[in-house]
Design a protein. Structure first.
Length: 291
């Protein structure tokens, strides 16, 4: 059908060429470069704009990591136990801490949306389809994560001074208030499957692009595999999954931590990014010529 359906292509040095023309009847229209048609002005944005975007991603990722550690690890470790009565008492005694964990978790889900957009803008010059697929995995994972947060507000309603306080015996209220913390692990196991594939796609794009060190791509690949191993192990063999903690969490620290710090401090290699953008422009022009 005339289209070149190529997923992967290697960047080449830009070669000046005349804009192709499409002859529609008696009118001729110049084909706009792909940097304008497909990616707005990002393909020919000044270096400062690209670096600002990359460093913004690093800053958002840092907020994501710190907020996630506080909401998912620190707060549950301080408040949740194996005893529903003790957990209920801890939530009531440290309600502000519990609410702070929920607020931090909401912030994490919001940063995921902005990160998805920025990563797409950065990596679509490498492979637009895979960059778009990565956005899909991030947004689905974030939607599942955010939906699960609704349940985490239930203990506040059950253990507060509202109408539920005297509707049921204390033991039943404590058991019901404990249930969301148990379901939180189920929510985590589901949405991290999507995050695992997100990280694997990110690893491939980083490896292919070469405007971020390939060593980070390797660490990200290990991180993505670790997410998937733990998530499915927790679904199929919870006892085995519990033995993997905390070692299974270390790849995330090194993989996502290194990507976060690199983007925050170094950004991306602008010249290599521009080479990819130039290659994407030529490919788009070739496709338009084939119409």
């Amino acid at each position: 059908n005339g289209f070149q359906r190529t997923l992967d292509f290697q960047p080449e040095s830009a070669v000046p060429r005349q804009q192709p023309l499409i002859n529609w009847g008696s009118k001729q229209m110049a084909v706009m470069p792909a940097t304008t048609v497909e990616s707005g002005q990002i393909g020919r944005a000044p270096s400062g704009g690209l670096m600002k975007m990359a460093r913004s991603a690093g800053a958002l990722y840092l907020i994501n990591i710190i907020g996630g550690a506080f909401a998912i690890s620190i707060v549950p470790a301080l408040l949740f136990g194996s005893d529903p009565a003790a957990t209920a008492h801890n939530i009531q005694a440290h309600e502000l801490l519990y609410r702070s964990g929920l607020a931090a978790h909401v912030v994490v889900t919001v940063t995921n949306i902005f990160l998805a957009l920025i990563f797409y803008e950065i990596f679509k010059v490498v492979n637009r389809r895979l960059a778009l697929l990565d956005v899909f995995f991030i947004l689905v994972a974030t939607a599942i994560e955010a939906a699960g947060l609704v349940n985490q507000f239930a203990p506040l309603a059950l253990l507060g001074s509202g109408p539920y306080a005297n509707a049921l015996p204390a033991g039943q209220l404590q058991a019901l208030a404990y249930l969301p913390s148990a379901l939180a692990s189920v929510d985590y196991n589901i949405h991290t499957v999507f995050f695992g594939f997100d990280i694997l796609l990110m690893a491939y794009l980083v490896l292919k692009s070469q405007f971020i060190p390939r060593a980070i791509a390797v660490l990200l690949a290990i991180d993505g595999v670790a997410y998937l191993i733990y998530s499915f192990a927790a679904m199929l063999a919870p006892g085995f999954a519990s033995q993997l903690v905390p070692w299974i969490q270390l790849p995330a620290l090194f993989g996502e931590g290194s990507l976060c710090l690199w983007l925050l401090v170094k950004g991306v290699n602008v010249e290599r990014w521009k080479a990819w953008a130039s290659a994407a422009t030529r490919m788009r022009s070739t496709q338009m010529e084939a119409l």
